[in-house]
Design a protein around this ligand. Structure first.
Ligand SMILES: CC(C)(COP(=O)(O)OP(=O)(O)OC[C@H]1O[C@@H](n2cnc3c(N)ncnc32)[C@H](O)[C@@H]1OP(=O)(O)O)[C@@H](O)C(=O)NCCC(=O)NCCS
Length: 188
């Protein structure tokens, strides 16, 4: 049983619906799944060729930043803590039933820096898709860099920087993230 009073629950439900309706009007090219709950302070930059799909019942806590110039896909029932950053120039996929704690950052690109004589900001970007499976838990302040795959059911410890692929069911921690053990019952 929920300990929220029925009146409060109804008000919250109406507020969620209102925000979703507002997002549909404000960003008509994005897809907002039924029952998704996008809290205040969202900064969304959706470029003309950007494709954003937010699955049903996704919760995006307050002050999220989304930069979508490519494809960004969030699976059903995935939950984000506050101040998360998602940036897709090419492709970022986040599966279903994932838990992303506060201040998680996921980007599919880096700045180029090949030429020492040109400011880094003027050298463009290098991209590689990020793919995060289902039921993955990224703990607080995890950073995922470009080109990473994280398998279903994996757990990444707080503060980790993920620079190599993480297999399904693994628990990885640290900077750079290293697998320290497998979850009981994990495949392989
Ligand atoms: C990743 C985590 C779940 C692992 O929990 P666990 O299975 O109980 O792991 P253990 O405590 O057995 O740790 C295994 C090893 O990893 C280390 N470790 C655990 N978490 C770590 C972290 N976040 N960063 C660096 N090392 C870590 C431990 O010190 C231990 O090392 P040792 O074997 O040398 O002693 C947990 O440590 C964690 O990071 N929780 C996140 C909390 C959080 O952000 N919550 C947000 C709520 S959504």
């Amino acid at each position: 049983m929920s300990d929220v009073a029925p009146g409060t629950r109804i008000t919250m439900g109406l507020w969620r619906r209102f925000r979703r309706a507002w997002l549909k009007v404000r960003f008509p090219r994005a897809s907002w799944g039924r029952g998704c709950d996008v809290r205040s302070g969202l900064r969304l930059h959706l470029s003309p060729r950007g494709e954003l799909r937010v699955g049903p019942q996704v919760v995006l806590d307050r002050d999220a930043t989304i930069e979508c110039a490519g494809k960004l896909d969030i699976g059903a029932r995935t939950i984000f803590g506050h101040h998360c950053t998602l940036a897709a120039k090419e492709s970022v996929h986040i599966g279903e039933d994932c838990l992303l704690a506060e201040m998680v950052s996921i980007r599919d690109h880096d700045h180029r820096f090949d030429d020492f004589d040109i400011p880094i900001r003027d050298q463009g970007a290098t991209c590689a898709p990020v793919w995060i499976g289902n039921n993955v838990w990224l703990a607080a302040r995890v950073v995922v860099v470009k080109g990473i795959t994280i398998g279903d059911g994996a757990i990444i410890g707080a503060g980790a920087v993920v620079t190599k692929n993480i297999p399904a069911g693994a628990i990885a921690v640290g900077v750079p993230a290293r697998v320290v053990k497998m979850r009981p019952g994990a495949p392989g």
